[in-house]
Ligand binder design. Sequence first.
Ligand code: FES
Ligand SMILES: [Fe+2]
Length: 447
Amino acid sequence: MNNELDKFINLEEGWIDRRIFSDEEIFRQELEQVFARSWLFVAHDSQIPNPGDFLTTYMGMDGVIVTRQKDGSVKVFLNSCPHRGNRVCFADAGNARRFACNYHGWSFDIAGSLQGMHEEYCYDPGDIDKSKWGLKHVAKVGNYKGLNFATFDPDAPSLEEWLGDFRWYLDLILDNEEGGTEFIGGCIKSEISANWKFGVENFIGDAYHAGYTHDSGARAMNDGNPFPPIDMESSYHASVNGHGYEFGTEGVGDLILLGRPKVIEYYDKIRPKIAERLGELRSKIFGSVASASIFPNVSFLPGISTFRQWHPKGPWNFELKTWVIVNKAMPDDIKEEITKGVMQTFGPGGAFEMDDGENWENCTTVNRGVVTRKEKLHYRCGIDRRIDHPQLPGVVYRGQYNDANQRLFYQRWADMMNAPALSDMPERYKSVFGGRETRDYPGINAL
Ligand code: FES
Ligand SMILES: [Fe+2]
């Protein structure tokens, strides 16, 4: 596969080969090259506040348990017994003192260490060194402003380097008010018969679909008015190392779409404080029509407060997990208003959520056709609109209707698919990987 992906993606001409959304060999490589080497979101601090709190999730298609330790740290290990491989935890979340395997009763403490087995006398001295047969830990765990990430790759850069200047954009949702954020109201899981990348690319930059796909939803949430108009001069795409944020600077579009006037009032009140905290420009970006994704599989809408992760379940299916994210400092009634707004818009039956899944499922199914899959897909919108912006970090393009963030996401994806090791990533990621130049895409300048 290495170095063959040039034929699947051409960012200079602005097209992508449809097979990246359906080919089983490409999917198998994605799990190895992208998911097993990336920093992946695993839990928000607020989901596991106390010692013994745990949740189960996925890193790629590998199940993991995320636990809060007695010393406050977070550990992440495979949810798979080293005896025959069974799951050791079947719950989504809870509080535990140990995890006991259903099959032969091996049990593990909350740090994943093997504590004991059923009928332990059946093992002779020398049969097993318990200290070596605990649950397999990930290579590294990191936290950025309440979001816990983990990676299986011991050679991965630090989480700070991985996120890089994208933290400037992440702070819009994670740090716009003193006290940070929390997830409230549990998690909603949906299964969608589509390739996971369609969800990520939709949130990373596809403002273009919103006014059309979601016309009726926008009218329902906005007193019969259509989607708020986009000003192409004062809206942007910004990409950092494949993470992307697309946004206006009008300050209210997403808050209007949330459909809860009290929430708009609340943000009007704290906006001067947001300006003090994050600067004038970011106080105008906050609340605008915007969407974002963290490479490879997390997305969020900063003004609408949905936070989500797209877990691959094969080339043609993903599981979507969604949460409501709010500021801890908000009064309870505002948190409640936001929760209702998120359910009305991006809950499973929400005015916007329902429209997207059908499109992604159709894109996935149709792109599999034996003749259809040989045709290209167009990704050239706004290809010449790159600008230098004095304040906005990353690779910035003018105009929110653009394929720029999508192109740069797929560039990062292709670079990881091609790189034998992370240290082989191209020069444009040198601040992240300390790598060397191996290939380049003309027309997209080094970061
Ligand atoms: S598979 Fe877990 S104890 Fe045997
Ligand atoms: Fe959408």
